[in-house]
Ligand binder design. Structure first.
Ligand SMILES: Cc1ncc(COP(=O)(O)O)c(C=O)c1O
Length: 389
């Protein structure tokens, strides 16, 4: 890992969209590591340590991590091409935009996805899931832990419990792109088979990696497939030996890993697992910051997309715009205060709401004052954007 440096990034607007997020100086400096051979002993140990630290973040002893150049989306392709065989059924729990796209991805590989949809701002309930599982046989159930389009937090512990009880052979796949390291995930205790994610949100690293962890049961499902995986780059036939080799400290090659990004990811994982703030404390700080920002939203008379506060993400907030305030006006009002937020993402409602991300160092390092800055900018910008009508 890079040594603590004097490196300071240039002054810039505070990036508080729901990913990519602000990245620490140490993580950015680690990304500036001199170019290294991907099979050099120094790099092999950085890769191996990253695999081990990822297990800590996900509370798993037996999960098999995969770190592959790509993005969060590649995790969907890995699931679709390694764990589902053409013609098999998948149940996609839909709480926003990312359920639709994951279902599309599954279809490309010949799977037969069925979506269980909830109204905007909600997630399918455990009872609805139980009924669906009793009606048909599914190879996998997928759930978006936090749907970044709505800010809905799904109760993955209860979902996994229902699947394990009603359909024990069905794999539970969690899209944790917008939740890993900002929401608690206990892979082993909760019986989750796959967590797939990306570095640019709660994990506080620049984008460019597909990060996935598969349970022993998922690996068993993969190794006992009848048909070969339906992808080349995403195939675990190619990646599993590489991950095992790096962890065991030996060199292996299938496709060149993003060497510098792995240095950066390692630096961030080190902050997360060995820094001053424990994982539990990290989750608590996300809950606290989220509460403050959501309260500020309520105080302005605004409504969130999430219908029940118990199912609101702790790393982001999605808010309906009232009449007379447009997304471009609000975003430019925020930008004038050096704060970057995001517009909507849901296909039919893009222009009707905005989103704020509050993950990673912006909430964990209170000395930055980012949460106060967001809340101040919210109040001021909102009044200005309203007045600008
Ligand atoms: C919940 C969720 N899943 C999947 C993705 C896709 O990740 P990526 O954009 O890194 O491919 C995103 C991206 O924001 C996301 O928020």
């Amino acid at each position: 890992m890079a040594e603590q440096s004097k490196f300071k990034q240039e002054p810039h607007k505070l990036l508080v969209i729901p990913g990519p997020i602000e990245v620490s100086d140490d993580v950015l400096f680690a990304n500036a590591h001199p170019s290294m051979s991907h099979i050099s002993p120094d790099f092999i140990s950085v890769f191996g340590d990253s695999i081990r630290m990822l297990r800590e973040v996900l509370f798993t002893k037996t999960g098999q991590p995969f770190l592959v150049a790509g993005s969060g989306t590649l995790g969907w392709d890995m699931v679709a091409s390694n764990l589902v065989e053409p013609g098999e059924h998948a149940l996609v729990l839909h709480s926003g935009y990312f359920g639709d796209s994951l279902a599309e991805c599954l279809k490309v590989y010949g799977a037969k996805p069925v979506q269980l949809k909830a109204q905007i701002g909600a997630a399918p309930t455990p009872d609805e899931l139980e009924n669906a599982l009793k009606g048909s046989k599914f190879k996998i159930v997928t759930v978006t832990h936090v749907d970044t389009s709505t800010g809905v937090l799904s109760d993955i512990k209860s979902i996994a419990e229902v699947v394990r009880r009603v359909s024990p052979e069905t794999l539970v796949i969690v899209d944790g792109v917008c939740s890993v390291a900002s929401e608690e995930i206990r892979m082993d205790d909760w019986g989750i088979d796959v967590v797939l994610t990306a570095p640019q949100k709660g994990l506080g690293t620049p984008p460019g990696l597909s990060i996935l962890c598969a349970s022993e049961r998922a690996i068993q499902t993969f190794t006992t497939r009848t048909a070969p995986p339906t992808s080349y780059y995403a195939s675990w036939v190619n990646w599993l030996p590489i991950m095992k080799a790096y962890e065991q400290g030996t060199a292996a090659y299938f496709a060149t890993p993003p060497v510098n990004l792995i240095y950066a990811f390692n630096a961030s994982l080190t902050e997360i697992t060995k820094g001053k703030v424990s994982l539990e404390e990290r989750f608590r700080l996300h809950r606290e910051a989220s509460k403050r920002i959501k309260q500020a939203v309520t105080d302005l008379g605004l409504k969130q997309l999430v219908l029940d506060p118990a199912f609101a993400a702790n790393g982001m907030t999605a808010v309906w715009l009232p009449e007379g305030v447009s997304v471009p006006n609000l975003l430019s009002a925020f930008a004038k205060k050096d704060v970057v937020i995001a517009g909507g993402l849901l296909k039919d409602f893009k222009t009707k709401y905005f989103r704020i991300g509050h993950m990673g160092i912006s909430v964990v390092d209170s000395s930055r004052g980012d949460v106060d800055k967001i809340i101040d900018a919210l109040g001021q910008s909102f009044r200005e954007a309203g007045a600008a009508k």
